[in-house]
Design a protein. Structure first.
Length: 141
């Protein structure tokens, strides 16, 4: 378990593969994650990319000023439907596109994104909707 913000940063910056892996896969308490966010704002994306980061932390970082952080939140599988809905309205097209890519994004949100004025967003949403239609059909059987 990662026990401090400083330990997380040290592990993340390490050239030792096992240490770097720990930064991406080991758990930490909510307090440690909050401490990383506060003391080391440049590491917010890495907090999101940790495989065990709790939903409570994603709920904070979904409002981050940095679109790269919001983009990282949008690609998490553990993100809630409520956060995906919020991110689907993000001012940054790259964040909305990432929502369209997320396999957890519900059909209703994909339908909204399919009308997005930015082609890379609407195109991906339409692809996902078409795939959902195809996968739910009986394929001619």
């Amino acid at each position: 378990m990662i026990s401090s913000a400083e330990e997380f940063v040290k592990l993340r910056d390490s050239d030792v593969r096992e240490e770097y892996w720990r930064a991406a896969h080991e758990t930490a308490s909510i307090e440690v994650w909050l401490d990383v966010i506060k003391k080391y704002p440049g590491y917010k994306e890495w907090v999101v990319l940790n495989k065990t980061v709790p939903l409570e932390i994603l709920e904070i970082l979904v409002n981050d000023d940095n679109p790269n952080v919001r983009h990282a939140v949008a690609m998490k599988k553990k993100v809630s439907i409520e956060l995906l809905i919020k991110l689907a309205q993000d001012p940054e097209p790259c964040v909305r596109q990432r929502v369209a890519y997320n396999s957890k994004t519900p059909k209703s949100v994909l339908e909204i994104l399919s009308k997005d004025p930015v082609v890379i967003v609407s195109q991906k949403a339409i692809e996902r909707l078409n795939a959902l239609k195809y996968n739910s059909s009986d394929h001619g059987q």
